[in-house]
Design a protein around this ligand. Structure first.
Ligand code: GRF
Length: 201
């Protein structure tokens, strides 16, 4: 069974959707560890609730970003993690980390990439005035939200939407496509050709 490790900084609703998929029997993977760079992140409490090993790593304890990431890598390796899931992890990984887990890191971003990378994607979408928004699961590369796209889902932007209402609508889709992308990976059905990901039967 595919062993995954989840990196999360915040409330962890995407982590929850993965846990729920596993519990429903829709996803045959094992969450070996949840790691957070924020003390008290709700994601850690969620992991605890399901007896999933979890760990807070304080970035301030390390002199450099690489040392901090090495500490994460050590934990992931200790738990034999084969696929790293970024679920609201609010840090850009260094090329060192990305190379270490080349094509083995997934991220979810709340926009239809390549539109609106980076922070506050939903606000960017509203301010730009797009009529369709959405979310993207992609493999992480060295850039910010630039890696090969695995799955996307679209939602309408409605009259009177606020950042919150739009984010909530997008989040529903995130919770559907992230577990789905992991499932495809676990079944060996994702083939990366350049920057194009093919889903094979
Ligand atoms: C999600 O909107 C995700 O797309 C973005 O960060 C947010 C994390 O939410 N990368 P949660 O912690 O999974 O609830």
């Amino acid at each position: 069974m595919l062993k995954i490790g989840v990196l999360a900084s915040g409330r962890g609703t995407n982590l929850q959707s993965i846990i729920d998929s596993i519990q429903r029997g829709d996803l045959e993977t094992e969450i070996r560890i949840v790691i957070s760079d924020r003390k008290g992140a709700k994601a850690l409490a969620r992991a605890n609730k399901y007896h999933i090993p979890n760990q807070y790593i304080n970035p301030d304890d390390y002199a450099t970003k690489e040392e901090f990431e090495q500490a994460i890598i050590n934990l992931l390796e200790e738990h034999k993690v084969e696929l790293v899931i970024l679920a609201g992890f609010m840090r850009l990984l260094t090329p060192y980390f990305v190379r270490h887990y080349k094509n083995k890191i997934m991220n979810i971003h709340p926009s239809l990439l390549p539109a609106f990378p980076g922070l506050n994607a939903q606000r960017q979408a509203l301010e730009y005035g797009v009529k369709i928004a959405g979310c993207t699961v992609h493999f992480a590369d060295e850039g910010m939200d630039t890696g090969p796209i695995i799955l996307q889902a679209a939602v309408p932007v409605k009259e009177g939407d606020t950042e919150e209402t739009l984010a909530e609508r997008i989040l529903q889709e995130e919770h559907r496509i992230y577990p789905e992308a992991i499932r495809l990976y676990s079944e060996g059905r994702l083939k990366i050709e350049g920057r194009v990901v093919k889903v094979v039967e």
